[in-house]
Ligand binder design. Structure first.
Ligand code: NDP
Ligand code: GDR
Length: 327
């Protein structure tokens, strides 16, 4: 039997790397879409970290370029297309709102349109986000909770989400949205709060830094592990009927408690090192998120396997190893 083929946009990002690893274990052929820069080659440091860079075919492509996406889909005739690419950092979206709308919003529509035109039987996964709930309308958010976006990023994701629903309903495409709550790992970008913390904890422990400047410590997030969450993406693509699913742990934690746990992992006290810096506050905040993944449990048979404590330990240990290697 021919191998299944998957196209992954955003393959150089956190989720792209873990998803590629999962699909390789399942013997897929993987085409990873990556945008060109002036530097030679593609930045594959996450794929290298997982030891899988040589097993992925990288193709040049940008979410803003519909023609290029059509070419990729036409040539590959994929079974599954995972749209993980985005301008994904919420805080930057206030500085680059139009770019964020174009990449994170219209870019997703470009992917849907490329599949509709060139391979309409292919199954599409859209990376929707719990940020869409924003100023929450219900204390625990499920697929039926109304959206109230609080950033240009979240507004763009709402557009992409409804475009996905609309292509499913208009054209009968197998297009699903995973409304994923925050998920982290040692491959998380350094600008996101969890990795910023674990990286700083490691440097402080090794005597390479002596403080950590932070924004709103009262924000609450429902944090899971990226490795668990990419499994949910794949499960959605295996269902006979496309649909939308919340993916979350059902546990919500403050940034302050995450900080305490990360410092405690190396026997330090967060209060001795953390300073509040208004530069890290946002024009509008998402104060709290708490997901209800009952539908994913029931229909996909999905549950998270990695606890918050295990994840924090893994992230701090990975950052300690990275910084030790540099000294
Ligand atoms: P990352 O920021 O780690 O990765 C984003 C990826 O998008 C990178 O590969 C980046 O490429 C690529 N990209 C950015 N702009 C373009 C473009 N114009 N054309 C092609 N590729 C582009 O994000 P994550 O892996 O954390 O998240 C994956 C997806 O899931 C994103 O859409 C994010 O918004 C969404 N999401 C993430 C959650 C999380 O907690 N991680 C939760 C919910 C949703 P490059 O390497 O060149 O920068
Ligand atoms: P978020 O993630 O905005 O939820 O989006 P991030 O880790 O950036 O922020 C989480 C919360 O922590 C607070 N915070 C800080 N955040 C950062 N980055 N730096 C700080 O110093 C800091 N101090 C406090 C923030 O205010 C916020 O409340 C992530 C991204 O992956 C999105 O792409 C994805 O859609 C959502 O998660 C779900």
């Amino acid at each position: 039997m021919a191998k299944k083929c998957a196209v992954i946009t955003g393959v150089t990002g956190q989720d792209g790397a873990y998803l590629a690893q999962l699909l390789l274990e399942k013997d897929y052929r993987i085409l990873g879409v990556a945008r060109r820069s002036s530097h030679f080659g593609v930045s594959t440091h996450r794929l290298d970290w997982l030891g899988i860079a040589d097993h992925i075919e990288i193709v040049d492509g940008d979410l803003l370029d519909l023609g290029g996406l059509c070419r990729i889909v036409r040539d590959a005739r994929p079974d599954e297309v995972y749209n993980l690419a985005a301008q994904s950092f919420v805080k930057t979206s206030w500085d680059q709102p139009v770019l964020t709308a174009q990449v994170t919003g219209v870019g997703a529509l470009n992917v849907l349109e490329a599949v509709r035109l060139e391979a309409p039987e292919a199954r599409v996964y859209q990376a929707s986000s719990s940020e869409m709930y924003g100023l929450i309308r219900e204390p625990i958010q499920s697929e039926t909770t109304p959206f109230y976006p609080r950033s240009p990023y979240a507004a763009a994701k709402v557009f992409a989400h409804w475009s996905t629903v609309n292509y499913r309903e208009s054209f009968g495409m197998h297009a699903s949205s995973g409304i994923l709550f925050n998920h982290e790992s040692p491959l998380r970008g350094l600008e996101f709060v969890t990795r910023k913390i674990t990286d700083a904890v490691a440097r402080i422990k090794l005597g390479q830094a002596n403080e950590l400047r932070m924004g709103n410590l009262d924000a609450r997030r429902d944090w899971g592990h990226a490795r668990d969450y990419v499994r949910a993406m794949w499960l959605m693509m295996q269902q006979p009927v496309a649909d939308d699913y919340v993916v979350a742990t059902g546990r919500t934690t403050t940034v302050r408690d995450f900080l305490s746990a990360a410092f405690a992992h190396v026997d330090l006290n967060a209060d001795d090192y953390v300073r509040i810096d208004p530069a890290f506050l946002r024009p509008a905040e998402v104060e709290t998120l708490h997901g209800d993944a009952a539908k994913a449990h029931r229909i996909l048979g999905w549950s998270p396997l990695i606890s918050l404590e295990q994840m924090i330990g893994e992230m701090v240990d990975a950052d300690l190893a990275r910084h030790r290697d540099r000294t």
